[in-house]
Design a protein around this ligand. Structure first.
Ligand code: PA5
Length: 504
């Protein structure tokens, strides 16, 4: 049987971009034209006066503008409930303008040293020490990155993630992918004690040392606290190259720090363009002029929706590559908002796929939903829809008018936006012009500022996550970790008093 050839489709533009980035071509992100072509916007038309009860009006938004502006002022002036261990956790606000050229050079030098020596790079971490790195790499690279040739990846190594779960099958399958390859690892943990990351590191480190001997130490990078913690101590002892998770930046706000930059640079993402995106959105969102500041409007809309009983936010995108970005948001918002009985649950969806799964519920189920679309306006590639002599599916109108898959994929957002609005779901669309590092950087900063304002509006500190500690404590007690004996005994007692209900 002959094999299939995809002649007629031209070069894959995502691969083209990857290869070009590998050539280290410098270009300015400050040109007015570039900024105009890459301006993220939020369409909130469908938020207002949705049919049915609990509609949100423009008046509802106007009523909270003074609080939103006050919250913004407090954030910019480092005031309010923002301390963790007595440190104001707002270092991310000005980080975009604080990263020095020397620091960028240090990261580039690291990549230059390590990348040629390895076939695969393994990033270890969980939560904020994982999600943003994977999201950005997936957003900006080929959907089957690791299966491409090194040249098509723009000379980047394969990239893998571990330590984000404790599933031995997933771990083993990933080890299979690494078998026989030369690897380097970046172990990322601000606290340096997160169990999942630490266990993954033990295993990978043991394998590296067994296979490479002393050479392993030069291929291990530790990204952790500047001064303290188990990982920092081990790194000092072993002489690993270390990078820092800043004291005043929490995990989920840290993608622009070394936490994100090292992995992105290793995947051949232009980190200067990424930083430029953060900077641009920082500038855009500096103003207190409410309707000109998308972060303030985004925060106000979500807060008004929450006050009207919207308890779940569906984040839906028409881009497979942006799904991990939605997952990054799925951490940023709930971990920052889910305190003292507050906050919206986020549910991520790839449309069309999910329209045929949970679309019925969104259209017609309980009206407790807010929907936010991440609409990718220009995909990298264009796929024509072929005409058909018999036109049995009735789709020749598309080919006759020269409409391609991009056109349909836009309707995959615009159609549900209208239908769901009519069905009683207020929705907004975040328009992302194209997949580039500038736009992803802009989006991250916009969301970070919005969620910080949201914390102020809800009246709690959005930069802590005491709830995450609760599970760790229970897990350690159950696993028998020394130091947790009292907790374990208490748990056993309470569990013994519970009526076990197991249905077989
Ligand atoms: O946002 C956060 O602070 C958390 O999600 C952390 O990033 C996550 O718990 C991992 O922590 P650490 O980097 O200390 O291992």
């Amino acid at each position: 049987m002959d094999s299939i050839k995809i002649t007629g489709y031209g070069e894959n533009n995502t691969i083209k971009k990857q290869i070009n980035r590998g050539k280290e071509k410098e270009f300015s992100f400050d040109s007015e034209k570039f900024r105009e072509d890459n301006r993220i916007s939020i369409d909130i038309t469908n938020i207002f006066n949705k049919p049915g009860s609990n509609a949100i009006s423009k008046g509802d938004i106007e009523a909270i503008i003074p609080d939103v502006v006050t919250a913004h002022r407090q954030l910019l002036e480092n005031r309010g409930d923002i301390l963790d261990n007595n440190i104001p956790m707002t270092g991310w606000v000005d980080l975009p303008v604080k990263i020095s050229a020397e620091h960028i050079e240090r990261i580039k030098a690291l990549v230059k040293r390590i990348s040629p020596q390895i076939d695969a790079f393994v990033s270890l971490g969980i939560g904020g020490s994982y999600l943003g790195i994977e999201a950005t790499i997936r957003a900006l690279t080929h959907n089957h990155f690791n299966q491409l040739t090194r040249k098509a990846r723009g000379n980047a190594p394969e990239i893998y993630f571990l330590g984000q779960n404790m599933d031995p099958d997933y771990f083993r399958d990933t080890l299979d992918m690494l078998d026989g390859k030369r690897i380097a690892v970046n172990v990322i943990s601000k606290s340096g004690t997160t169990t999942e990351t630490a266990i993954a590191f033990r295993i990978i480190r043991r394998l590296m040392e067994k296979n490479m001997g002393n050479e392993a130490d030069s291929l291990i990078i530790a990204t952790t606290d500047k001064l303290k913690g188990a990982l920092k101590n081990l790194a000092d002892k072993k002489g690993y190259e270390t990078f820092v998770v800043p004291d005043d930046i929490g995990g989920r706000f840290s993608v622009l720090s070394d936490v994100g930059l090292i992995g992105l640079a290793m995947a051949n993402i232009d980190i200067q363009e990424f930083i430029a995106g953060f900077k641009a959105m920082r500038e855009i969102t500096q103003t207190d002029d409410f309707w000109k500041n998308p972060a303030l409007v985004h925060a106000a809309v979500r807060h008004a929706a929450w006050l009207k009983g919207k308890k779940i936010e569906v984040i839906a995108t028409n881009s497979n590559s942006l799904m991990p970005v939605a997952r990054w948001m799925e951490q940023l918002f709930p971990e920052s908002e889910g305190h003292r009985g507050h906050g919206m649950w986020l549910s991520t969806s790839l449309y069309s796929e999910k329209l045929h799964a949970n679309g019925q519920m969104v259209q017609d189920g309980e009206r407790n939903l807010l929907e936010t679309f991440l609409l990718l306006e220009r995909h990298d590639n264009s796929i024509d829809i072929p005409g058909d002599a018999d036109n049995i599916d009735g789709l020749n109108f598309l080919s006759d008018r020269g409409l391609d898959m991009n056109f349909i994929n836009r309707k995959v957002i615009e159609g549900p936006a209208w239908a769901h609005y009519k069905g009683g779901v207020p929705n907004m669309t975040i328009n992302i012009p194209e997949r580039n590092a500038f736009n992803i950087g802009q989006l991250y900063y916009l969301m970070e500022k919005s969620v910080a304002i949201s914390g102020y509006l809800l009246g709690h500190n959005p930069f802590m996550q005491p709830g995450v500690e609760a599970y760790k404590k229970a897990m350690f007690a159950m696993a028998g970790k020394p130091g947790y004996e009292d907790e374990a005994k208490k748990m056993e007692r309470e569990m013994a008093g519970q009526e076990r209900i197991i249905i077989k």
